[in-house]
Write a protein that binds this ligand. Structure first.
Ligand code: NAP
Length: 281
């Protein structure tokens, strides 16, 4: 079996590549080899390699920068997945694509379900929703996974940011009014592979279990790493960013749980394992 992985140098793609069963032949490609916004190049690459599976990890995922570079956001996160879906349909390949909690506006106070109303409040979220729509209208054989708050080896993420800041500051302020589920790319990759194995199609939410604020997440990171730093909660208003963030964007994972027959580990357990596995920024 052959799988093509786009955006292969990214954080999630790297975890995915590590988790793949060894009997799969993998073709990892990033923008230097295959730009997903180039429709013809995508078609050529897919026609040449003829994968049974395409995992699209390519994205313009710098949420604040997307506000300034709206056109690029919609090209990479909207049109790109559409190009891949077209190419997949032409050869009968299955497409796995990742989307985000940022398609929701954060006004809920219970975990978002897959069919809840979409209302992105930033460019990144709107462009990712466009990508979902492009895939749904072009290709039946797809699996769209919405996830959030990712961390893992080989990427820029909150855990490493906190570890770095904690080494050089005695006091750190962290946002306490945004809630979500921190998710380890390794757990996400394994669960996604299980859904692929079961040939599950459609849209699913997948995160580690439980949820917390960024402040609570930072407290646990510092505790697990054994660092001494004073953490103070602050509001989103005190820490303005170019892109608005949803205040509550935990995702209900019940639909995926029915398929894989278990939840992903609690976020605190996953974090402990990640830090024990040697996350040194
Ligand atoms: N990180 C999170 O917290 C999070 C949360 C929810 C959903 N997601 C979704 O999960 C997926 C993986 O995210 P990630 O955090 O692993 O992102 P990432 O580390 O930024 O990886 C994305 C990769 O795609 C590449 N890329 C950018 N433009 C491209 C193009 N036109 N053609 C081909 N490749 C291109 C990037 O290259 P450059 O680095 O050179 O641009 C990068 O290597 C994305 O779909 C993202 O939207 C992420």
């Amino acid at each position: 079996m052959k799988a093509m992985i786009t955006g292969a140098n990214g954080m999630l793609a790297q975890a995915f590549i590590k988790s793949f069963p060894k009997d799969w032949e993998l073709l990892p490609v990033d923008i230097d080899v295959l730009d997903v916004t180039d429709e013809l190049a995508v078609q050529d690459a897919v026609q040449l390699f003829k994968p049974e599976l395409i995992v699209n990890c390519a994205a313009f995922a710098q949420v604040d920068l997307c506000e300034q570079e709206k056109e690029r956001a919609f090209l990479v996160n909207g049109a790109g997945p559409g190009n891949i879906a077209d190419a997949a349909r032409q050869i009968g390949a299955f497409l796995v694509h990742f989307s985000t909690d940022y398609v929701f506006d954060g006004s809920s106070n219970t975990p978002y379900q897959e069919e809840d109303p979409i209302h992105p409040i930033n460019v990144y979220g709107a462009s990712k929703w466009e990508g979902e729509c492009q895939i749904r209208t072009r290709l039946q054989d797809h699996l769209i996974i919405r996830t959030q708050w990712l961390y893992g080896s080989g990427g820029n993420h909150f855990v490493d940011t906190v570890l770095n800041l904690a080494k050089t500051n005695r006091v750190l302020k962290m946002v306490h009014d945004q809630v979500g589920s921190p998710t380890w790319t390794e757990d996400l990759s394994k669960a996604t592979l299980e859904l692929i194995k079961q040939k599950v199609t459609g849209t699913y939410h997948l995160t580690n279990s439980g949820c917390c604020s960024w402040y609570e997440f930072a407290c646990k990171i510092v505790e697990e790493a054994g660092l001494r730093v004073e953490l103070l909660p602050c509001s989103s208003a005190e820490f303005p960013r170019a892109a608005s963030r949803p205040l509550y964007s935990a995702l209900s994972v019940e639909k995926a749980k029915e398929k894989i027959k278990s939840s992903l580990p609690h976020w605190e357990i996953a974090l402990k394992q990640f830090i024990c596995s040697g996350s040194e920024p």
